[in-house]
Design a protein around this ligand. Structure first.
Ligand code: IPM
Ligand code: MG
Length: 351
C-alpha cells in the first residue's frame, strides 16, 4: 500500500503524526512518503500544490492529508493561497465524492452543545459533491464594471453526469445503512439544484428499497439542530455540503472528531479531517488528532478494503475515550485532559 502523506499547515503536522503512528502500530505493509502542500508547498516551491507533491499523490494508492491554511498567506494572490492547493488536488485526482460521517460516541454526548437526548445515537453520513458547483464554476472573478464599481462573480453549475455519479455513491452507501437518502437542495430558487432534484428522483428508480426525501438547505440546517436523528444519508452539492458538514460536526461534540474520505470513481481516496488547520493552536500539542486517526480508518475501509483493521482503529478510539482520555476540545469535568501526542499514544495503547 502506497500512501502519500501530506501534513500541510497549522496543526496538520502534529495530527498527521498521530495517524501515522496508529497506522504503523497495525504492522501492515505500508509505504508512506511525505510531501508539502498548502502554505508548506508555497514555502517549498512557491506553489500550494508543488508538481512533485501532485506526482506523488497521483502515484499513491491513497493520500493522508492534515490541513491547509494560515493567516500569514491571506495576502498572497488567490492562486498561491493554501486553500487553492487543496481544491486543485481534489480536482486533479477527480475526488468527487466526499464522505463525512457525523457519529456520536456515547462518551461524548455531554460534550455536544445540544442536549444529550437530541444527539445520542446519532449516525449520519453526509455525502458531499466535491469537484463541481460554485467552487469550480466558470465564469468567476472580480472585475470592474463600466460605472467603475467592482463586481464579484461565481457560478453555480452542475451537469447531469456530475449529479448522477454522486447520487449513485449516496444510494449505494444507503443500501449498506438504513436505506434512507435525504437530498438537500434549493430547488425553489436555484435551477442548478432543480436539476439536482430531478436527477436524484431518476436515480432513485434504480434503488426501490431506498427511501428518498428532499429538503431545502435552509430547512436542513434547521432540522440538523432540531432533530438530527431523522437523517441517515444526506447527499448534497459542494457548497451546501461544506456548510452542513461543519454544522453536523458540532452534534458530535467537536469538529475535532469528524473524519472524511474523498473518493474517485475507483475508490482511490484522499483522507483528511473535516476541520481546518487551526493556526492559533498549532505547535502547542493541544489539537485533537482523532478526526485524522479516524480518517486513516476510513482509508483502510474504502481504498484498501480492509474492514477488519478499520474497525480495529475505530474500536481503539472508542476505548481511549472510554478510558477517559480527552483533548481540550472534548474535555468535560472528571475526564483526563491530554495533549495531541498523548491522545495518539492512548489510541496506540488501546490497539
Ligand atoms: C473543507 C474546507 C475547504 C472547503 C476549504 C479549506 C477550501 O472548508 O474541506 O470543508 O471549503 O472545501
Ligand atoms: Mg469546510
Amino acid at each position: 500500500m502506497k500512501i502519500a502523506v501530506l501534513p500541510g499547515d497549522g496543526i496538520g503536522p502534529e495530527i498527521v503524526a498521530q495517524a501515522v503512528k496508529v497506522l504503523k502500530a497495525l504492522d501492515l505493509n505500508i509505504e508512506m512518503t511525505e510531501a508539502p502542500i498548502g502554505g508548506a508547498g508555497y514555502e517549498f516551491a512557491g506553489d500550494p500544490l508543488p508538481e512533485s507533491t501532485l506526482k506523488l499523490a497521483k502515484e499513491a494508492d491513497a493520500v493522508l492529508l492534515g490541513a491547509v491554511g494560515d493567516w500569514k498567506y491571506d495576502k498572497l494572490e488567490r492562486h498561491l493561497r493554501p486553500e487553492r492547493g487543496l481544491l486543485r488536488i481534489r480536482k486533479e485526482l477527480n475526488l468527487f465524492a466526499n464522505l463525512r460521517p457525523a457519529l456520536l460516541y456515547p462518551e461524548l454526548a455531554s460534550a455536544s452543545t445540544l442536549k444529550p437526548e437530541v444527539v445520542s445515537g446519532l449516525d449520519i453520513m453526509i455525502v458531499r459533491e466535491l469537484t463541481g458547483d460554485i467552487y469550480f464554476g466558470q465564469p468567476r472573478g472580480i472585475s470592474t464594471l463600466e460605472n467603475g464599481e467592482r463586481e464579484g462573480v461565481n457560478t453555480m453549475r452542475y451537469s447531469e453526469s456530475e449529479i448522477r455519479r454522486i447520487g449513485k455513491v449516496a444510494f449505494d452507501i444507503a443500501m449498506k445503512r438504513n436505506k434512507k437518502v435525504c437530498s438537500v437542495d434549493k430547488a425553489n430558487v436555484l435551477e442548478a439544484t432543480e436539476l439536482w432534484r430531478q436527477v436524484m428522483i431518476e436515480i432513485s428508480k434504480d434503488y426501490p428499497e431506498v427511501e428518498l426525501s428532499h429538503m431545502y438547505v435552509d430547512n436542513a440546517a434547521m432540522q440538523l439542530i432540531r432533530a438530527p436523528k431523522q437523517f441517515d444519508v444526506m447527499v448534497t452539492g459542494n457548497i451546501f455540503g461544506d456548510i452542513l458538514s461543519d454544522e453536523a460536526s458540532m452534534l458530535t461534540g467537536s469538529i475535532g472528531m469528524l473524519p472524511s474520505a474523498s473518493l474517485d470513481a475507483n475508490n482511490k481516496g484522499m483522507y483528511e479531517p473535516s476541520h481546518g488547520s487551526a493556526p492559533d493552536i498549532a505547535g502547542k500539542d493541544v489539537a485533537n488528532p482523532l478526526a485524522t486517526i479516524l480518517s486513516a480508518a476510513m482509508m483502510l475501509r474504502y481504498t484498501f478494503n480492509d474492514e477488519a483493521n478499520a474497525q480495529r482503529i475505530e474500536d481503539a478510539v472508542k476505548e481511549a475515550l472510554a478510558q477517559g482520555f480527552r483533548t481540550a476540545d472534548i474535555w468535560t469535568e472528571g475526564c483526563n485532559k491530554v495533549g495531541c501526542a498523548a491522545m495518539g499514544d492512548a489510541v496506540v495503547a488501546a490497539l
